[in-house]
Write a protein that binds this ligand. Sequence first.
Ligand SMILES: Cc1cc2nc3c(=O)[nH]c(=O)nc-3n(C[C@H](O)[C@H](O)[C@H](O)COP(=O)(O)OP(=O)(O)OC[C@H]3O[C@@H](n4cnc5c(N)ncnc54)[C@H](O)[C@@H]3O)c2cc1C
Length: 393
Amino acid sequence: MSILDAQYDLTEFRRAIRNWLVQVVPPDWKARMVRASNEEYIAFQRWWMAERSKVGLAIPHWPTEYGGAGLSQRHLIAIADEMARADAPQSRMFTISLIHMPGTLLPHGTEAQKRRYLSGVAKGEVWCQGFSEPNSGSDLASLRTRAVRDGDHYVVNGQKIWSSYSMYADHCLLLTRTDPTAQKHRGITYFIMDMRSPGVEVRQIRQANGRAEFGELFLTNVRIPAENMIGAENNGWRVAQATLASERGVIAFEGGERQRHEIEAFYRKSLESGATWLRDAQLHREFVGFLAQMQASRRLLRRVLEESETPGASASVLPSIVKLSATVLRQRICSFMVRTAGVDGQAFATLAEEPFGSPMFDFLSAFSGTIAGGTNEIQRNIVAERGLGMPRV
Ligand SMILES: Cc1cc2nc3c(=O)[nH]c(=O)nc-3n(C[C@H](O)[C@H](O)[C@H](O)COP(=O)(O)OP(=O)(O)OC[C@H]3O[C@@H](n4cnc5c(N)ncnc54)[C@H](O)[C@@H]3O)c2cc1C
């Protein structure tokens, strides 16, 4: 029975995914990827997406009229859970393609845009997000990349930064300023930009952990057809809220489950090797504290998933609380692993992605979680202002 044929019984569905994962994921994939170059890693990501596509697991949650299988959130959770359990490859390069792009186009795109772009992801098309600018991150609405109408096109000039995997992207979700005289949230327009357009230059950025996953976009007189606008002119801020809201949910669930398996494996290995930290009461207490926090984080996340299926719950501050607790916990766990690994913990190598089991690499990588998708300070502001009703400063 194929995986999608098994969708009507969740237990069978899980079993079908598990069998497929055993057949398709090479047991040595981590060893092969451990020090892979960016190019090897990207080729691997493309291969993995093609494999998912063959069995209908590339875009299973999208409506059938746009190439998906129309599966429910329960199915998505089952897929994420099985992927995490099997320690299967992640599809990081496709995060924007799988989450943010449909999260934007399904509610705000034209029918022509949905038909043109949604099914492309299953064929391997990569999307990036061009929101942040060198002087507009947390205060995104202050962005200055300018788009000026010229006949049936817009001409775009400006600079974007921290655009994940933009070096490999086919399309970009782009925020621009179309009315510099309007109040800052009101003069923004949202476009789909073809990354191969003349005038688009992407420069890779090397990170503290040695990888280079981000690009900086330099846009010089880039012509974007007016039909590529998502939503109305100067209404891009509202559309952008859909993109940002789509980050919540299943992706964080999978991350949490992967972390649980990772920390359980770490404990098992420590027992097998008789690690010295096990005899240190303070370290032991710290570790047990992680387990408790992890459980709390997992429970909160389930509440977020329930809320995401409840109409009108979008104003909840729960996603901010989950993000805060999960990212800080991740940093603390990584710090613990570095400290308990002794001299080996200080060794550093750049690996394909985290978590790959190298304490220092994972520790350095863990900092990005407190910045991505709105920094933890901004999340605290949201909890304080929207959740607790404290005054804005
Ligand atoms: C892994 C990762 C992936 C990313 N992918 C993308 C992507 O694909 N596309 C994209 O456009 N961007 C992406 N980003 C960028 C990300 O959205 C920004 O880094 C983030 O919004 C913060 O903006 P900034 O870096 O300009 O920091 P700033 O906004 O300059 O903030 C600097 C510091 O000041 C603090 N601060 C700022 N304002 C306040 C305030 N009002 N109250 C309290 N503290 C404040 C911040 O918390 C932070 O500590 C990514 C970032 C990461 C780490």
